[in-house]
Design a protein around this ligand. Structure first.
Ligand SMILES: [Zn+2]
Length: 324
C-alpha cells in the first residue's frame, strides 16, 4: 500500500515536473521571413525606406524575434546605392540573416532555367560579402512569386543548381498576401488618410489571422499534427506598423518565432514534393498535390475585394522603380 502511495506521489511529481515541458511541446514554431529587401514600397523617398527598415528591426529586436530578409540587389542600383546597402547592413547588425531573392525579382517561368540561375548568381554580389563580414554564410534562397520552375525537369535542374551553389530553398507555409495590402497602405500614408490607414491595418490583421489558422488546419490535414511554419512577409511600412499585433496573432495561435534553420528541422520539410506547375503556391499545397490530399476550404480565401480593388488602383496610378 505504502509503495503504491509513493508510486502515485512520485508519478504526480513527475507529471508536475513534466508539465512545463509538455506545455512547451504543445507550443508550435514559426520562422518569420521578409522578402523584397531593402523594401517593397511604392514610395521612392529613401528616408521612408530607411525609416521602415529601422522601425521593423527595432520591433523585432525588442521582441527578441529572429528573422531573415530576402534581398533583391537590383533595388540597390542607382543613386541611393549606399543607403540601400546600409539598410542591408542594418539587418545583419540587428542579428538577422539575409538570403538571396534573385537580383531582379524574376521568375523561371519568364526567364527559363539558365537565365534564372544567372539572375540568382547576380543577386549575391553585395549580400554574400556582407554576410561574410558578419561571420555568416549566404545559404537561403527564396523564389520570387514562389515560382520554382515548370515542368519538373526544369524545376529539378534549378534545385540542383541551387544545391551545387550552396543554397537551400526557403519554403513558405503561411502566406497572407501582405504585399497586396502594403501598397494601398503606402498610398494612404502618402495621402495622409489616417482613417484609411487604420482600416487597412485592421483588415490585414483579420485576414492574416484567418490565413494562420488555415495553415495550421492544413498541416493537420497533411500530417495529423501542426508543423513548424515558415511565414512569408515583405519588408514594408505595413509590417513595420503592425509587427506587435502580428506577433500577438502568432502568440494566440501558439506559434513561437524561431530561426528558419530551427523551423526547417521539422521532418515535414523532408516530405516528397513533385509539384511542378507554373503557379507559385505554398509548400502545404505542393505537399497536398504530391500526396493526393485535399486541404480545408474554410479560410482558403483571397484578400477582401476592396483591398484587391485598392491595390489595382494604386498599382495603375503609380509605377515605381522600387518594385517593378
Ligand atoms: Zn518577392
Amino acid at each position: 500500500m505504502a509503495t503504491s502511495n509513493w508510486a502515485r506521489a512520485l508519478a504526480a511529481l513527475a507529471l508536475l515536473a513534466a508539465a512545463p515541458a509538455t506545455a512547451r511541446e504543445r507550443e508550435g514554431q514559426v520562422a518569420l521571413t521578409f522578402d523584397d529587401l531593402p523594401a517593397l514600397t511604392i514610395e521612392s523617398n529613401q528616408g521612408y525606406i530607411d525609416d521602415l527598415n529601422r522601425d521593423l528591426l527595432r520591433k523585432l529586436r525588442e521582441n527578441h524575434v529572429p528573422a531573415i530578409g530576402f534581398v533583391n540587389e537590383s533595388k540597390a542600383e542607382g543613386a541611393e546605392h549606399d543607403r540601400q546597402v546600409d539598410n542591408l547592413k542594418r539587418w545583419l547588425d540587428a542579428g538577422m540573416l539575409l538570403g538571396n531573392h534573385t537580383f531582379s525579382h524574376s521568375s523561371p517561368n519568364s526567364l527559363g532555367a539558365a537565365a534564372y540561375a544567372a539572375d540568382i548568381e547576380r543577386g549575391e554580389r553585395i549580400t554574400r560579402p556582407l554576410m561574410k563580414a558578419h561571420g555568416k554564410k549566404l545559404r537561403w534562397f527564396r523564389h520570387p512569386y514562389l515560382e520554382a520552375g515548370s515542368p519538373l525537369a526544369v524545376r529539378d535542374w534549378i534545385n540542383r543548381w541551387l544545391r551545387d551553389h550552396g543554397y537551400r530553398v526557403a519554403p513558405v507555409t503561411i502566406d497572407a498576401e501582405d504585399w497586396e495590402f502594403a501598397e494601398p497602405y503606402d498610398d494612404a500614408i502618402a495621402k495622409h488618410d489616417v482613417a484609411r490607414q487604420a482600416r487597412i491595418r485592421q483588415t490585414y490583421l483579420a485576414y492574416t489571422a484567418m490565413r494562420i489558422k488555415w495553415s495550421q488546419e492544413s498541416a493537420k490535414a497533411l500530417f495529423g499534427r501542426d508543423i513548424a511554419h515558415v511565414m512569408l512577409l515583405h519588408c514594408t511600412r505595413l509590417n513595420a506598423d503592425t509587427l506587435d499585433a502580428l506577433l500577438k496573432l502568432l502568440r494566440a495561435a501558439r506559434l513561437r518565432p524561431v530561426t528558419i534553420d530551427q523551423a526547417m528541422r521539422d521532418r515535414a520539410y523532408r516530405t516528397r514534393d513533385t509539384y511542378a506547375e507554373k503557379d507559385g503556391v505554398t509548400w502545404l499545397e505542393r505537399w497536398a498535390a504530391t500526396l493526393g490530399k485535399t486541404l480545408p476550404s474554410e479560410g482558403d480565401e483571397d484578400p477582401p475585394a476592396e483591398i484587391q480593388a485598392e491595390y489595382d488602383r494604386v498599382d495603375n496610378d503609380r509605377v515605381s522603380p522600387q518594385n517593378k
